[in-house]
Design a binder for this molecule. Structure first.
Ligand SMILES: *[C@@H]1O[C@H](CO)[C@@H](O)[C@H](O)[C@H]1NC(C)=O
Ligand SMILES: *[C@@H]1O[C@H](CO)[C@@H](O)[C@H](O)[C@H]1NC(C)=O
Length: 259
């Protein structure tokens, strides 16, 4: 005859062994997930791209309409049309810029209504810097009282309706970068124009997360040797517009840096 007490003991022992096995399986899986996670984190760190880490942290902020923060990082750091200043802006390809990842991201964000939301875009102003881009609003005589006011003009800029003929220019591209002349005596550029105090250039740039930098901080001796009229420190302030909370990296040198 079966002993009910012994049966219960067997059940209890079985349940105990089962729970130990389950616990071991959970710990094992957790350690696999942890090691994958730390590998990804150290990969992100070794790339030294703070905005990618910000993207991972803020994925939920940038809604799916734009494909989330990682997609925004990709679109806003891609450069598929080359550097506009490569040959003195002689071969700017407007149709390439129009279909570039940065322009497409902007159109999607506008269509979803996010661009119109207050504080969706943030302006990041850098003093003593000049960023490159193609002018969507010519700066000669286009005045703004401060770098912040120029940033606001960029935020407020309404692109022209879609152009189909590239020969018509780039006026249908959005403003996502700007340069403002902050020196009362005017601002040096290695070009033929006279750049005056408070001129505000509105620009479209591919890769605004890593802007192309024409000049920054103190101009190096070789630059000043090529351009005797150049000042010691850059007279411009520049900036980019990015969806919050992405932060621009230090960028890459534009070909203008070696003009
Ligand atoms: C301009 O860009 C478009 C799209 O990327 C490309 O198909 C076309 O060949 C380019 N035109 C020139 C003149 O490079
Ligand atoms: C970015 O930072 C690195 C390291 O500080 C520097 O060598 C490089 O020249 C910088 N690039 C630009 C465009 O300022």
């Amino acid at each position: 005859m079966a002993n009910p007490a012994a049966g219960m003991l067997r059940h209890a022992r079985g349940a105990f062994l089962l729970s130990i096995v389950l616990f071991a399986v959970i710990v094992y899986h957790h350690s696999i997930i942890q090691s994958g996670y730390s590998e990804r984190m150290s990969a992100a760190r070794s790339e030294e791209q703070p905005h990618w880490q910000a993207a991972a942290r803020w994925e939920w902020v940038l809604a799916p309409a734009e494909g989330g923060a990682t997609a925004a990082c990709e679109a806003l750091s891609a450069r598929v049309c080359g550097s506009p200043a490569m040959d003195g802006y002689a071969h700017v390809n407007a149709s390439c810029l129009r279909s570039s990842p940065a322009a497409r991201w902007w159109r999607n964000a506008a269509a979803s209504g996010r661009l119109a939301e207050k504080a969706f875009l943030e302006a990041h102003v850098e003093q003593r810097a000049d960023y490159d881009g193609v002018a969507v609003k010519w700066g000669l005589g286009h005045k703004a009282a401060s770098a912040q006011a120029c940033a606001q003009a960029c935020l407020d800029h309404v692109p022209a309706p879609a152009l189909t003929d590239s020969a018509q220019g780039v006026q249908d591209l959005p403003c996502n970068a700007f340069s403002w002349c902050g020196d009362a005596s005017g601002c040096f550029e290695p070009d033929i124009h006279r750049h005056e105090y408070r001129d505000c250039w509105l620009k479209f740039a591919e890769a605004p997360l890593e802007p192309e930098v024409n000049m920054r901080g103190e101009l190096p001796p070789d630059f000043r040797a090529r351009h005797p009229r150049a000042p010691v420190t850059v007279q411009w302030a520049s900036g980019v517009l990015l969806p919050a909370p992405l932060q621009p990296g230090n960028g890459t040198w534009s070909p203008r840096y070696s003009w």
